[in-house]
Design a protein around this ligand. Structure first.
Ligand SMILES: Cc1cc2nc3c(=O)[nH]c(=O)nc-3n(C[C@H](O)[C@H](O)[C@H](O)COP(=O)(O)OP(=O)(O)OC[C@H]3O[C@@H](n4cnc5c(N)ncnc54)[C@H](O)[C@@H]3O)c2cc1C
Length: 367
């Protein structure tokens, strides 16, 4: 369902805004700001697509393990993905459903009871039900939970599509450009210093993933984030074996739009350990053993991504107190959250309206 209150086009408004970062978060913020009439420059030292983003499992969900406040932000983000896909046809988004049994049965039951009461569409299934959803699973759970409303956005293609559309609507994208410092006048950020020289703006948004703390530090702002690694294996493209997301104990997998089976030991990837090659081979063997009809499935490559994770696990989205003209958006679960973050950041920067769902996620909670 489309959101009731999409980004409004503002007449005559052309606030100059720099967005640092061309991953899914920077791309979504840039897209929403541009569509709302701002004059946006995206600066990134990567190509369009980002750094953590290409290494993501890219499961869009509001699954177990989070308090209700965060659940509400995540489910809102899921709704905003549908709105975004309507506004940007061709966005690689699939509501393919998630089949989950990565908890002991009693904990699965607690998750189902709690999240059902919160309105998450969860179905309880037995082995036969799981086989109907995923006929090619070699080992079936006795009990699992199925969430038809969970999905996937192919992360690089979605990011590229957002940036390309933002450019079509007037944004500038400076890829391969390093931001070395924020520039300030009288305590306000007035632009950035880059490998291509100084660039001025009325507002700077740091959406630079694991690169964010170093940039923020140049204005004296501390961002408490950790960067845990996550390893994902990618098969060569293969005939269709999976319909949706499979979230089994110690093995999360899905099949990408181009037919690759990708897997981690959970959605955040496997710990690469001392020997990432060996970890990848073991994980791929376990993945193959989980699938019927996978005899010809071959490991193509593995990725190790570093997840930009604030130390309490929740996003940092908001202005840096005491430094005018600076906004920060750094988070894990950025694939899930991107459309809501883009929308809410745009409203806060251009209209001064901070969405109530963002209340717990200001930077000031760490001070
Ligand atoms: C293994 C793994 C699995 C994951 N699984 C999921 C999942 O299932 N679901 C989910 O929702 N999320 C998942 N995530 C998290 C999600 O991928 C990230 O939260 C998201 O990609 C972050 O996007 P970003 O745009 O903030 O960062 P990035 O994609 O890292 O982009 C950062 C951008 O900032 C730029 N930058 C940094 N420093 C500078 C600088 N000094 N100058 C110029 N540019 C700079 C980079 O070049 C890049 O363009 C996973 C992540 C990993 C690694």
């Amino acid at each position: 369902m489309a959101s009731e209150d999409p980004v409004r086009q503002r007449s005559g408004m052309s606030k100059q805004i720099i967005v640092i970062g061309a991953g899914i978060i920077g791309a979504s913020i840039a897209w929403h700001l541009t569509r709302a009439g701002a004059e946006v420059t995206v600066i990134a030292d990567s190509a369009a697509g980002g750094v953590a983003t290409p290494n993501s499992f890219a499961w869009i969900n509001a699954s177990w393990g989070n308090p209700e406040t965060y659940f509400r932000l995540r489910t809102r983000a899921m709704t905003e993905w549908t709105r975004l896909a309507q506004d940007l046809p061709g966005l690689p988004l699939a509501w393919c459903g998630g089949l989950c049994w990565d908890l002991p049965e009693a904990e699965l039951e607690t998750y189902a009871t709690e999240h059902s009461a919160w309105g998450y569409g969860i179905e309880r299934v037995d082995g036969a039900g799981a086989a109907r959803i995923e006929p090619n699973l070699a080992a079936l759970p006795d009990f699992a939970l199925y969430v038809p409303g969970e999905g996937v956005a192919e992360p690089v293609a979605a990011t590229e599509a957002l940036l390309a559309d933002a450019e079509r609507h007037g944004a500038r994208v400076l890829a391969g450009t390093v931001v070395t410092a924020l520039t300030q006048t009288d305590g306000s950020v007035v632009g950035v210093d880059t490998s291509a020289g100084l660039i001025a703006a009325e507002e700077v948004v740091i959406a630079a993933g694991v690169g964010s703390p170093d940039i923020a530090a140049t204005a004296g702002v501390k961002l408490p984030i950790e960067t845990p690694p996550g390893l994902i294996v990618h098969s060569r493209p293969y005939e269709k074996l999976l319909n949706g997301l499979v979230l089994a104990e110690r093995l999360h997998m899905r099949q990408t739009a181009e037919g690759r089976i990708i897997a981690g030991s959970d959605f955040g990837g496997a710990d690469p350990g001392m020997d990432a090659e060996a970890t990848a081979r073991e994980l791929f063997a376990a993945t193959k053993a989980m699938l019927r009809g996978a005899d010809g499935l071959e490991l193509d490559f593995h990725t190790v991504g570093y997840r930009p994770t604030p130390i309490d696990g929740f996003p940092i989205i908001g202005r840096a107190e005491g430094v005018d003209g600076l906004y920060v958006a750094v988070m894990h679960s950025g694939i899930t959250l991107a459309p809501a973050v883009g929308l809410f950041v745009t409203r806060e920067i251009l209209d001064g309206d901070r969405d109530a769902l963002l209340a717990p996620y200001g930077l000031s909670r760490f001070t």
